[in-house]
Ligand binder design. Structure first.
Ligand code: TRP
Length: 438
């Protein structure tokens, strides 16, 4: 196998906390746009069930398990293709809590004091005259660090989240920067991706659809229940025949999130013409059901086969760990959690703290000159074919050292890689070498 240097695709990663049952708001705001994005070319998507995060909010084991099943089934029913993306459960990747500890040690406690979720609890307690930390678990306090590990582990570039999560992504960037400064360039700095066009869906009472307001419509309610819930959406008291306002109408906003522009325009006219609320609700019901019905069928068949979902998640975890395991090995080494037989870099000064991959030249029995690239643990990443002279080999090395992965195409024919080494690791190693010379 030879290396195929290609531009690194943009990596998207997002997590879904496993505490509830997916509702229409989750579908419109997260599931539908994510599934659509995951089918784009040049993207590499990671979706995971954040069940460690769920433990922070929920101490009911059966609910965590049920929610994990329902959320996984919902994403798959909505068209997420586990062969195209990496779809896994957070707790199946033990490297994530391991990384959490390394990040904990580079995160200032004062920064966590300012995290919105923690601060909100403290403010509430203070206002009530209680101890500021009453009922605050250390898990809630550490929430942003676990989330940082989720993101940094997979070198995500873009993290699609709601506005309330922006601060967490900024914290993850800070952790990455601090770690990179101390131990060398290991982490990619992530960015929050906020979908401006995605509407916040109102719930049945007109406030934002949210489990905490108890105003949700479950995505896969059976038809008759869906109908009942839609009939419960609040409206004003205008009678049939009376003109109605589309602005501020929860019913209208929900319709808009599912309908085409033409359909939306038609309903807007019907409002003006005095459509009866009962009739408008019937339209909304039919429109949602049209989109949801085929998914509902897939959902039912998935949910009645948990073993199949489990198998999909296990495959996803394996895929995720193919990245996480070697990366964690690299990070452990970087911070000094090393086998005692491994020699540390010997020179003095800041740069010496960063162990680097290296090139080794040698001559084979056939008289040809070879070189290999070995990582800090001495593992071979790349091996050259034979060169006729040591000078030719040295030239190829110099190119790789100065241009990094960009030089791979010009020396490609001279290289062989080892089967179990990913091209990403090779790119990372070369990048570290180039950076060290800059
Ligand atoms: N905190 C996110 C939420 O409540 C869920 C989450 C956990 C997450 N880890 C993540 C989102 C990593 C994006 C990336 O919505």
């Amino acid at each position: 196998m030879t290396t195929k240097p290609t531009a690194a695709p943009t990596r998207f990663l997002t997590g879904i906390t496993t505490t509830g049952t997916p509702h229409l708001g989750n579908y419109v705001g997260s599931i539908r746009p994510s599934v659509a994005a995951s089918t784009g070319v040049g993207a590499e998507s990671f979706y995971f069930l954040a069940d460690y995060h769920a433990l922070i909010k929920c101490d009911e084991p059966a609910r965590i398990q049920r929610s994990t099943l329902e959320i996984a089934a919902s994403w798959l029913a909505a068209g997420l293709d586990p062969d195209r993306v990496t779809f896994y459960r957070q707790s199946d990747v033990p490297e994530i809590p391991e990384l959490t500890w390394l990040l904990t040690c580079v995160t200032a406690k004062g920064v966590l004091n300012r995290a919105h979720a923690y601060k909100a609890s403290v403010d509430k307690n203070t206002a009530a005259g209680s101890d500021p930390d009453a009922d605050v678990s250390a898990g809630l306090f550490m929430y942003p660090v676990l989330m940082g590990a989720d993101i940094l582990m997979f070198k995500a570039h873009q993290v699609p989240v709601g506005r309330d999560q922006i601060q967490h992504i900024e914290m993850a960037r800070d952790m990455a920067q601090r770690f990179n400064h101390l131990y060398g360039e290991h982490f990619v700095l992530p960015q929050a991706l906020i979908e401006e066009s995605v509407a916040l869906l109102p719930g049945t009472d007109g406030r934002k659809m949210s489990k905490s307001y108890d105003n949700t419509i479950p995505l896969f309610s059976p038809r008759d229940q869906l109908k009942k819930l839609i009939n419960g959406i609040v409206t004003d008291s205008r009678a049939p025949g009376e003109s109605k306002e589309a602005e501020g109408s929860a019913l209208f906003q929900i319709y808009q999130a599912f309908a085409s522009e033409d359909e939306t325009a038609a309903l807007r006219r019907a409002y003006v013409d005095g459509i009866a609320w009962g009739e408008a609700k019937q339209l909304l019901f039919e429109r949602i059901d049209r989109e949801v019905a085929p998914m509902r069928e897939r959902y039912q068949s998935l949910i009645s086969n948990p073993a199949k979902i489990e198998a999909i998640l296990q495959t996803g975890a394996e895929k995720a760990r193919q990245l996480a395991t070697p990366f964690m090995r690299e990070l452990r080494h970087a911070v000094g959690l090393r086998g005692l037989g491994v020699t540390a870099a010997t020179s003095i000064g800041k740069a010496a703290k960063v162990a680097l991959p290296s090139f080794k030249q040698y001559r084979e029995a056939d008289g040809k000159f070879h070189f290999k690239l070995v990582d800090v643990q001495g593992r071979m990443l790349l091996q050259s074919r034979g060169f006729d002279s040591p000078k030719d080999a040295a030239q190829a090395i110099a190119l790789l050292q100065t241009q990094g992965a960009a030089a791979l195409p010009s020396v490609e024919a001279k290289l062989a890689t080892l089967e179990d080494v990913g091209s990403e690791e090779i790119h990372t190693a070369l990048q570290a070498l180039v950076a060290s010379r800059a």
